[in-house]
Design a binder for this molecule. Sequence first.
Ligand code: ADP
Ligand code: MG
Length: 370
Amino acid sequence: MIRFEGVTKRYGGALAVDHLTLEAPTGKITVLVGPSGCGKTTTLRMVNRMITPTSGRILIDGRDNASLDVAELRRGIGYVIQAAGLFPHRTVLDNVTTVPRLLGTDKKAAQARALELIERVGLDPALASRYPAQLSGGQQQRVGVARALAADPPVMLMDEPFSAVDPVTREQLQNEFLRLQSELGKTILFVTHDIDEAIKLGDQVAVLRVGGVLAQLDPPAKLLADPVDDFVAEFVGRDRGYRALSFAAAPELPLTQEPTVRLGASAEQVRALGMPWVMCVGEADEPLGWVRAAAVESEVTRTLLHRGGTVASLSGSLRELLDAALSSPSGRGVVADDEGRFVGTIRASEVLPAIEARREAAAAEEATAR
Ligand code: ADP
Ligand code: MG
């Protein structure tokens, strides 16, 4: 566990961090989020003593970090920064093995472990002999994560590690990061200015305001449902009611069974179903898209498929179900099982009662808790 106790950092007269008290529990992801200049990087760098607090202390598993040998302290802490911060003149493999080699691991063992890590963060081991400039931004970030993990530190500090890549790559990196963390269970302090990233990744989220003041520390669902003040409410943003639904596991709702067609189905087959929109599925029964029956002249072809609708998974959240319904051209949200097979549809009007029921259950729970 990392514990900040009344930590303050001043630069001249200006407060970068103001009496921060906060615990980052072992094995969990704690996200620090807030606008630019609110003291996130300063907070992170006080943990590995790249910055010294003006007052207060930081305990790591109960030990004051100021009392530890700096080299020993940093050995237990992986550090990942924006744009990866890789050594430009070293290969990917050398980047990942640098720290273990410095710690005395022999070359063969360090390289074997590095290759394993390179695969684990989702990179092709064939990239190991390349230089950072020969990689995409997303690949460089993965190398940065592999390098931070190489010494197997219990604590990871991550400073906007996914901010410099495009949105699609960012989402992949976030998903892989969560998968990796579910296996590794590191104690992570993760900094971002992006509230969506904070809500997606954090077991708990600390919202900071400029001047380095902690505004709220709560799990994401609580942050969305119950911002403590106008600053947090505004920072968390509009749509927060809708976004909170992503934390609401969908109850078992009755799905409507739908007849389906495959590519190549004839216009007669489609019209015989008597429905304005028909679901077209692929070889493995995966949903391919809706087809407007009236638009089929001879047979169902790929160009006739409407792909705008999202697909909800049976084990997904209420948000997924509602989004599938709202985005579907037929008004019927597509639901697939965990293998991706089409299992039926649901309408927004059928999801809403589950949302209402959830609100009532939460209110009842709060009433008994009092
Ligand atoms: P964030 O990472 O949230 O954007 P920082 O921790 O980098 O914020 O900075 C917090 C505040 O401290 C900012 O106002 C910044 O200008 C100031 N600051 C950071 N480093 C220094 C420094 N070395 N000297 C003076 N002021 C600094
Ligand atoms: Mg910063």
